[in-house]
Design a protein around this ligand. Structure first.
Ligand code: BGC
Length: 250
């Protein structure tokens, strides 16, 4: 793979795995097979930086800027929250750390924001005007607010408090469904409460549901009691990598 202005490179930093691939930015698709490495138990910034350097070294022809997702708030390259990752990320200038470790121009973006950018450009919300809310249902709940194609970053709607239930992601994330062995119906009830709250606050045109569980959307999306159209993400677990590549080459 040779780098062209239309080829990016994205890395998705997840709780269980870190995945990277060159991305064809015209098509919004991987330009070569993705590489996946297990996220180590100690996921501190230095260890992850070393891991990413090894991952990127597997693509010696790639020279473009690199986008990296982080499951936390990112402002000007600095991570300022770490709900589901090592707390030592808080305050880390991840742009600077990765740029130094990878010897490449690196730009860090919140994981859900990356997925949102990808879905709006190439996926389920392509061409959608007005407000789109992309949510990722995984260990936590991530969110991206995109208005007429423009991202409002770091919305963190997984931490919204639902009356009587506390933080949404501690009650309605996919990890909670698994831990409490909820039926689709029971989980759909919790998701309905969550999405109804988002509807009342934001009046979006469309919800997009991402995260690994989106491939089973037929089991729970039809059970949701909400008025706003809601569709599964089409880029599935590729959205983070593709969105990160897009972000770094914007
Ligand atoms: C984090 C978000 C992230 C989401 C999904 C939340 O706990 O605060 O930044 O987007 O999990 O990973």
């Amino acid at each position: 793979m040779t780098s062209s202005p239309h080829t990016g490179f994205g890395i998705d930093f997840g709780g269980t795995g870190c995945k990277g691939a060159p991305v064809d930015l015209d098509k919004g698709a991987f330009a070569a097979e993705r590489v996946r490495v297990k996220t180590p138990a100690n996921s501190s910034p230095d260890i992850i930086a070393g891991l990413f350097a090894d991952l990127v070294a597997q693509f010696p022809d790639s020279t473009c800027p690199i986008g990296v997702t982080v499951p936390g708030i990112v402002r000007n390259g600095v991570v300022s929250s770490a709900a589901n990752i090592d707390k030592s990320w808080i305050g880390t200038d991840a742009d600077a750390l990765f740029t130094e470790a990878l010897k490449r121009d690196v730009h860090v973006v919140n994981d859900a924001d990356a997925a949102g950018l990808a879905e709006v450009r190439y996926g389920a919300a392509r061409g959608q005007q007005g407000l789109v809310i992309v949510t990722t249902l995984g260990t936590g709940i991530g969110s991206a607010l995109i208005y007429d194609g423009t991202l409002v970053p770091n919305s963190e709607l997984g931490h919204l408090h639902l009356q009587g239930h506390g933080a949404a992601e501690k009650w309605a994330a996919n990890s909670v469904r698994q831990a409490e062995d909820l039926s689709w119906k029971e989980w759909a009830h919790r998701l309905s409460v969550y999405y109804q709250t988002l509807e009342a606050l934001f009046s979006p045109e469309l919800f997009v549901v991402g995260g690994g569980i989106s491939k089973e959307s037929a089991d729970f999306l039809p059970l949701l009691e909400i008025a706003t159209p809601i569709v599964p993400a089409t880029l599935r677990n590729q959205a983070g990598i593709i969105g990160a590549a897009l972000y770094a080459n914007r």
